[in-house]
Ligand binder design. Structure first.
Ligand code: FES
Length: 197
């Protein structure tokens, strides 16, 4: 039996913003019914502000609570502000999720990302790069989470990261991106040190 916070239970039992917006300005879909979890997010946007957000989710209690939390988090936000929302914001809003259920908040972030991409595409614009983005989906860790640990512990190798914060230690699909982060971080350090000499 999972231990859920009161807020998770509240958003599961009384989900906010369920449904689908007619003629939405953006649609984001992740997962599939065949895989078990699916989330469809629809947005209404006026003057770059998300005025309405609705979701339809097929999944467990945490998936429904995460989707509900996501819609509450983004309503009233500008598109620019929504670009910086991560799965961590969703879990914090809910007062935490069991480690094994973190992927539900990841699904929320991916649906938001997909909807924002759709919004920019419909505007004929390219989506600006996000400052903070998801690197390890299995453990819900962003580039900032990983870089904070790299900096704090001065990790140098992929093994340091996988054993230190678990990123990359499950499916391994994020290992290439972790390697890029490490090279970027230590490369910058080298350049800075050389300039200071
Ligand atoms: S995405 Fe990082 S271990 Fe699976």
């Amino acid at each position: 039996m999972w231990q859920y916070t009161e807020k998770v239970m509240d958003h599961f039992l009384n989900p906010r913003n369920i449904g689908e917006i007619e003629n939405p300005d953006a649609v984001g879909t992740v997962g599939s019914l065949q895989c078990g979890d699916m989330l469809k997010l629809t947005l209404k946007v006026k003057d770059e502000i998300i005025t309405e957000a609705r979701f339809k989710t097929f999944g467990c209690a945490s998936a429904i609570a995460s989707s509900s939390a996501l819609t509450e988090l983004i309503k009233g936000k500008t598109i620019q502000e929504a670009l910086s929302i991560t799965n961590r914001d969703i879990t914090e809003y809910l007062g935490g999720l069991p480690q094994q259920k973190l992927h539900c908040s990841v699904m929320g972030q991916e649906a938001l990302e997909s909807a924002l991409k759709d919004y920019f595409e419909k505007q004929g614009k390219e989506m600006p790069p996000r400052e903070e983005y998801l690197v390890c989906k299995c453990f819900g860790l962003t580039n900032k989470d990983i870089l904070t640990c790299v900096e704090r512990h001065q990790w140098k190798t992929l093994e340091d990261v996988t054993s230190g914060c678990k990123a990359g230690s499950l499916c391994g699909k994020c290992k290439g991106e972790i390697q890029n982060l490490l090279e970027h971080y230590h490369g910058d350090t080298v350049i800075r040190e050389q300039k200071e000499k």
